[in-house]
Design a protein. Structure first.
Length: 349
């Protein structure tokens, strides 16, 4: 595969930012199979954003002949108070995450954080070296990577999180670091501090964050909010009614989408249209809306921008849009749901 085709796969949606494209091109010119990673905390059921949209991007990397690694950050999960800091539960859910990504992204490698720490002789030396370049104020500003703010009552271990995540990247010897836009701050820290230590600086690639189904204002966002709205409104396990999990049946998917925020004629911050653009059009070449003949009959789109234009022009009713979205989302989730049908432990998440 030539370099331009590989670059096109990496640039494909849901990618929103590459830091920097020229550096990525050079990697493809000089490295046969670049090493990629995406790191994930382990915390509950996977959903449309955390597995499917993320998995689509991983599959783009795999198709671009990149060695892809999913890093299951079990110690980060513990530090961030997820799964009640129960190590047996963390281990059990890690196995579920590993199975999900191996199923959805055939060819991906899965690395568990604690295993890497146990086998790396240099990790904690590098952790101290990196941390010598971190001020307390810079550490506090980076806490958004773990969904925390400076105003929260934090324990000391949580201040270790940014340096740990950075040194994970060093230890894995990566060419490409990949994450949602909510992890951008840590990648910029890496780009700033690694050169001071003479460490290899990887290219950073950030994908779009799929929003939850609720109206953004109902998630506590205001015009003067200090939080980035795309991060604050992203689909989350902590908002189950606003999140479509990979285990939801057809009825649950339809009910959640029917209740989703989708005001007439409004395309901005519309989670239904975002699912269509970033999930459905990644899997399907066209999107068909079924309608009664008295309302114009069925209509098919091959471009999400044309669909959004017609929606703004009020040529499509929200319920017709939601019905079609539910149908396509169910098709995407169905094989994953069936794969995990015998996993009883999922019911407890």
């Amino acid at each position: 595969m030539d370099i331009e085709k590989r670059l096109d796969l990496v640039k494909r949606q849901p990618t929103e930012e590459i830091v920097l494209l020229d550096e990525l091109r050079k990697i493809f010119e000089t490295v046969n199979r670049p090493r990629h990673y995406i790191g994930l905390e382990i915390s509950g059921k996977l959903h449309l954003g955390s597995l499917i949209l993320t998995g689509y991007k991983i599959n783009d990397f795999l198709n671009a002949q990149v060695e892809c690694n999913v890093f299951l950050a079990d110690w980060h999960t513990y530090i961030n108070n997820k799964l009640d800091r129960d190590w047996e539960k963390i281990k059990e859910v890690s196995e579920y995450y590993s199975e999900a990504f191996k199923f959805f992204c055939p060819g991906v490698n899965v690395i568990v954080g604690s295993s890497m720490y146990d086998t790396s002789n240099e990790y904690w030396k590098d952790f101290v070296k990196f941390s010598k370049h971190m001020t307390l104020s810079r550490t506090m500003r980076a806490l958004t990577i773990m969904g925390r703010t400076e105003k929260e009552n934090l324990d000391f271990s949580q201040l270790l999180y940014p340096s740990m995540q950075s040194v994970d990247i060093r230890t894995l010897d990566l060419d490409i670091v990949h994450a949602g836009l909510d992890q951008r701050k840590i990648h910029m820290l890496v780009r700033e501090i690694f050169p001071k230590l003479g460490w290899k600086v990887p290219v950073s690639i950030h994908h779009h964050l799929l929003p939850g189904l609720s109206e953004p204002s109902k998630l506590g966002l205001t015009e003067d909010s200090t939080q980035d709205s795309s991060i604050s409104s992203k689909m989350s396990k902590s908002q189950p009614s606003s999140s479509i999990t990979i285990h939801d049946n057809e009825s649950a998917i339809r009910n959640k989408i029917n209740k989703g925020y989708c005001p007439v004629g409004i395309s901005q911050n519309n989670p239904i249209l975002e699912i269509i653009r970033y999930v459905i059009f990644h899997e399907f070449s066209q999107f068909e809306i079924e309608r009664d003949s008295k309302y114009g009959g069925n209509i098919t789109y091959i471009d999400p921008s044309e669909l959004e234009t017609d929606y703004r022009g009020k040529k499509i009713h929200p319920m017709d849009l939601k019905n079609a979205t539910s149908r396509y989302v169910n098709k995407i989730i169905d094989p994953i749901r069936k794969h995990f049908s015998s996993w009883s432990m999922i019911d407890d998440l």
